[in-house]
Design a protein around this ligand. Structure first.
Ligand code: NA7
Length: 536
């Protein structure tokens, strides 16, 4: 393919996380001349940057791993039910060695910009190294949660102590021993790191804007006997996962809520609770659709919380009030609420007592001053679109993705963007990834991007572009699907609510991982309607 186009590369893949590695490995296997570009010094993506204490995946390790290679699957041994960040990073490093993919990457290199050249039908991709790479295809595997959100708090940069972002944690780690530490943010990153920071710090003050639902992980080491069984059952487990709504084998209780007696409902919730973490979000079918069922899950949660936190005022502050349970991602914790019962841990409820200024010595809130030696921002990400709008990606007619998406992201199937030929996005807006198992989602979308590229190559097309009517219809469909659920009521990052000024549109596809795969297959099987192919 390289011989009959003017591009120096067939494909540039940006990012060396799950999606980027998968796509780069398989692009080379398909005979494409591929270059990977990665800002970090090595592979890992999310797991390269998010090295904060307690960082773990909330999808079980045996599911949150590639399924494309049976030998890899059989030979890699996960040590715990939920893998830690270092273990996932070791896994991705092992994958990189095993498939010898590092030689296709340039590390420590950022994509500064990319410009579509309509005449030559190629992308010119400029890098932080000062050079430009030309490629027929540009695959953005830049992650859904990779552009950190550092809130614009008054006086933020005047703080004289140490400042850390969970999303960009020092590789050498941080020792908080003896320090007065403030953590801003109580999403998954805050919830995972707070118990471990509290173990070390002299005093820990948590600045909480919205309380979050969090359910214990019930994490455990995977014993040899259990592991043997996992290996035997892998093919079945993967098949179930690919055919599931969230890319993992866990479903809801088989009997509908309506058909159960009160004590049976209670039992289902209790069992679901001990499955752990995010899985509690689907104890019952329709739990994030039907308010009565959602309330039952919420009430059970509140009871569990009050069993841990006996202080009524503290428990009230820790009780989520801004969203139905499960419509922001439920956190998966190890001793989160218990941490607030420690004498060295203090909660500041920013809804009642907002931050008025950060000063050199600490945080001033309306009701008082909190002297601090270090501040940790666990304040999330400009999710799904942030990594793409941060780069000057210039498509046809000189328009950037940032401009094209100023009123909300528009993609066709989460893969193609109208006005941006041969730009393929993975795990971005319009895909189901953040609502499902990202490891399988990376395979699902990476393989689809390559399928599209190879289809174009086989037919002699120089470019493929999503039609704007197809993208508008797909984007409207995302909203319609979400609008039938309680997700529509939540001020979540799924809907852009965490970033001031970001358009409020529901960005992920909530119709199910398996439904999305079927849709992708159907579109491919029908010759890719919704995409326009051109020859130059
Ligand atoms: P999240 O879930 O977006 O959490 C960010 C937290 O930071 C959340 O509690 C926010 O409160 C808080 N936040 C954001 N901006 C501010 C300001 N300005 N002031 C105070 N507090 C603020 O990000 P995570 O990194 O924890 O987790 C992201 C995903 O990674 C997670 O869902 C898993 O899928 C893995 P808010 O709720 O917006 O009021």
């Amino acid at each position: 393919m390289s011989s009959n186009n003017t591009a120096s590369r067939d494909v540039v893949v940006v990012g060396a996380g799950f999606a980027g590695l998968y796509t780069t490995i398989h692009a080379r296997r398909a005979g494409l001349n591929v270059l990977g570009i990665e800002a970090g010094s090595d592979v890992g993506g999310t797991w390269y940057w998010n090295r904060y204490p307690g960082a773990r995946c909330d999808v079980e390790s045996i599911d949150y791993s590639y399924s494309f290679d049976e030998d890899l699957q059989q030979q890699w041994r996960w040590s715990e039910r939920y893998a830690t960040q270092p273990e996932i990073l070791r896994y991705l490093s092992h994958v990189a060695d095993r498939f010898d993919v590092r030689r296709d990457y340039r590390f420590d290199t950022k994509v500064a910009g990319a410009r579509w050249d309509e005449d030559a039908q190629v992308w010119h991709i400029s890098t932080s190294a000062g050079d430009t790479v030309t490629a027929r295809w540009l695959v953005m595997a830049t992650g859904s949660l990779s552009q950190p959100n550092l809130p614009d708090l008054p006086g933020r940069d005047s703080f004289a102590g140490a400042v850390y972002l969970t999303a960009n944690w020092p590789a050498e780690g941080v020792d908080f021993t003896g320090l007065r530490v403030g953590v801003v943010g109580t999403g998954s990153s805050g919830v995972q790191s707070i118990p471990l920071i509290a173990d070390q710090a002299a005093e820990l003050t948590v600045f909480q804007r919205s309380a979050n639902y969090s359910v214990p992980a019930y994490n455990r080491p995977l014993a040899d006997e259990e592991w043997q069984q996992v290996l035997e059952e892998y093919p079945r487990r993967r098949k179930e996962s690919w055919n599931s709504a969230a890319g993992s084998p866990w479903g809801s209780y088989s009997v509908p809520y309506e058909n159960l007696a009160p004590e049976e409902r209670e039992q289902v919730l209790a069992e679901s609770w001990t499955r752990g973490g995010v899985l509690y979000g689907k104890a019952f079918e329709r739990q994030t659709i039907d308010t009565e069922i959602n309330d039952a899950a919420r009430v059970y949660f509140e009871r569990r919380l009050r069993n841990i936190v006996r202080d009524e005022d503290l428990a009230r502050d820790l009780t989520p009030t801004d969203h139905p349970i499960g419509t922001k991602r439920i956190c998966t914790d190890s001793g989160y609420f218990e941490t607030y019962t420690r004498p060295n841990v203090h909660l500041v409820n920013l809804r009642r007592d907002p931050i008025t200024a950060i000063t050199p010595g600490g945080v001033q809130t309306e009701s008082g001053f909190h002297a601090l030696d270090a501040i940790v921002y666990a304040t999330g990400f400009d999710a799904l679109t942030g990594a793409l709008t941060a780069i000057d990606i210039i498509g046809r007619h000189g328009r950037t993705v940032r401009d094209a998406w100023k009123d909300g992201a528009q993609t066709y199937l989460g893969i193609g963007v109208p006005g941006f030929p041969n730009l393929l996005t993975l795990n971005g807006p319009g895909s189901p990834s953040v609502l499902s198992n990202m490891a399988l989602g990376s395979e699902q979308q990476g393989s689809y991007a390559l399928r599209l590229i190879l289809h174009a190559a086989e037919h002699g097309y120089s470019s493929v572009e999503a039609r704007s009517d197809a993208a508008a219809a797909w984007t409207a469909h995302l909203g319609e699907v979400a609008g039938k659920t309680l997700f529509a009521d939540a001020p979540s990052w799924y809907a852009g609510a965490n970033i001031p000024g970001k358009p409020r549109t529901f960005m992920p596809y909530l119709g199910g991982f398996h439904t999305y795969t079927a849709r992708l297959d159907e579109v491919a099987g029908n010759g890719y309607p919704g995409f326009v192919f051109s020859e130059n």
